[in-house]
Design a protein around this ligand. Structure first.
Ligand code: FES
Length: 116
C-alpha cells in the first residue's frame, strides 16, 4: 500500500519530510528514474556543424529534436533539459547525436558502443 502512494504526484512534498527515514530515502533513486525518460539515439554518428565563436547554442540532450543536434523544444515532459553552451572558436565542430557522449555537446566516440 505504501509503495502505491509513492508513485503519485504527491511524492516530493512527502519525501521532503522524511529525509531521516532510511527506508524512504533508499526508494528515492527508483522514483527519480520513473520521472526522467532516457535520451533516445537521434543518429549513430556525430554531425559537423559550423559554430561561431561567442555565440550561444542549445544542444539537444533528449534526442527527440527534429533540428539535431540543436533543441527544438521536443524535450518537454521528458525530464531532460537541453545543454546551453557558447562556442569557444569558430569553425566546424563535431556534435553528438547519439546522446551518449561523456563530453556534451561534443562527440567522444561513444556512438561506436551504441547497439542496434
Ligand atoms: S529537444 Fe532535445 S533537449 Fe530539447
Amino acid at each position: 500500500m505504501l509503495l502505491c502512494f509513492f508513485y503519485t504526484d504527491y511524492v516530493l512534498p512527502i519525501e521532503s519530510h522524511t529525509d531521516n527515514n532510511d527506508r524512504l530515502t533508499a526508494l528515492r533513486p527508483n522514483i527519480e528514474e520513473k520521472k526522467m525518460e532516457k535520451p533516445v539515439v537521434a543518429a549513430k554518428q556525430p554531425i559537423g556543424v559550423d559554430l561561431v565563436a561567442g555565440k550561444e547554442y542549445w544542444w539537444c540532450a533528449c534526442g527527440r529534436s527534429a533540428t539535431q543536434p540543436f533543441c527544438d523544444g521536443s524535450h518537454r515532459g521528458s525530464g531532460i533539459e537541453p545543454l546551453g553552451f557558447k562556442a569557444e572558436k569558430s569553425g566546424e565542430q563535431w556534435l553528438c547525436r547519439c546522446k551518449r557522449t561523456q563530453t556534451p555537446p561534443f562527440c567522444d566516440g561513444s556512438h561506436k558502443q551504441v547497439k542496434d
